[in-house]
Design a protein around this ligand. Structure first.
Ligand code: CDT
Length: 312
């Protein structure tokens, strides 16, 4: 019997600044009901799923950005999402801006089981962009202003009969993200993203380039760690700013099993055989047999590039 986890990648179309939480939660619930009707057990929504991608906006006073943060999860406005998940027996994952009781701010995702209980939390480690307004950029990307780097590492949880981990957006471009979870035997990585079509710098990168790098990052992480990766976009034009779509699921052989071709709310549903991860984990990427950790020291000793180690 294959170990099947039927996952629904629930892409969200744009969320405008003026759209409030109840309206977004209603869209998410509609997707959840549609996912259930298509046989899904687990629904995955994007990064910062409850609001517009607010780090594009500069607030001189950071406190003004607090309206985009959740002080409690679930809170009064998100409770209906949890209630529906419990009613349908649907596990879920979604991202939101977390404001802790101590006043700390993180870009966070959670894993919620079928009873509606939060069983896992991840806080985004790789925060792209900058902390101050940058007049040389066509678009601001102020994640470093509004969030601290995550402090929880990259844990993997026993979840829905498999081993599941989370990442958020820019994390998907870093091989360390997947490898740390790969070393815990991860069988499915779920991640959401908000990726602008324009990179903010003058260097021209086409939409095709950016979609290529999206696929490349996800497929490489899946193949090199023999894991499913479910990558879910928030897409479309938010108050004049374009986010690309391209929600996709990659299998443990790195191949894409499905991809969305629009920028609206929509579902990509796939029955993922978690046992399909075994072949890669036991052969090509049998880590215990083939990894040579004595040569990997620089990975944790250096963040940036240093002197070459080659000797004459
Ligand atoms: N949300 C997020 O992490 N977006 C980044 C954009 C980087 S461009 C400053 C991404 O890697 O998709």
């Amino acid at each position: 019997m294959p170990r099947l986890l039927t996952v629904a990648a629930a892409q969200l179309g744009p969320i405008q600044k003026a759209e409030d939480r109840p309206a977004v939660v209603a869209r998410m619930i509609a997707l959840m009901r549609a996912a259930k009707a298509r046989g899904a057990d687990f629904i995955v929504y994007p990064e910062l799923a409850l609001t517009t991608f607010f780090p594009r906006w500069y607030y001189e006073d950071r406190a003004e950005a607090e309206r985009w943060f959740e002080r409690r999860m679930p809170g009064p406005q998100t409770q209906p999402l949890f209630d529906t998940a419990r009613e349908l027996g649907m596990a879920m994952s979604f991202g939101y801006a977390e404001l802790t009781p101590e006043g700390r701010r993180f870009n966070t995702s959670i894993l919620v089981d079928r009873s509606g209980a939060i069983v896992g939390k991840y806080r985004k480690v790789h925060l792209p962009g900058h902390a101050e307004h940058d007049p040389t950029r066509a678009h601001q990307h102020l994640e470093k202003r509004y969030f601290e780097p995550g402090d929880l590492g990259f844990p993997v949880w026993e979840f829905e009969g498999g081993l599941v981990g989370m990442a958020i957006c820019n994390d998907r471009r870093w091989p360390e993200t997947y490898r740390v979870m790969g070393l815990q035997g991860v069988e499915m990585v779920v991640l959401g993203y908000n990726t602008p079509t324009a990179n903010g710098h003058s260097r021209a990168e086409t939409l095709e380039d950016r979609m290529f790098h999206n696929r490349l990052s996800v497929q490489a992480g899946a193949y090199q760690n023999s894991t499913w990766v479910v990558a879910v976009a928030k897409a479309g034009i938010e108050d004049g700013h374009h986010l690309f779509g391209g929600t996709l699921i990659a299998g443990p052989d790195g191949k894409i099993v499905g991809e969305l071709d629009h920028e609206e709310d929509g579902l990509l549903v796939h029955a993922c055989d978690l046992d399909a991860t075994r072949f890669g984990k036991e052969t090509m990427f049998n880590f215990a047999a083939h990894r040579r950790v004595e040569h990997y020291g620089l990975i944790t000793q250096r963040a940036g590039v240093g002197a070459p180690l080659g000797r004459r």
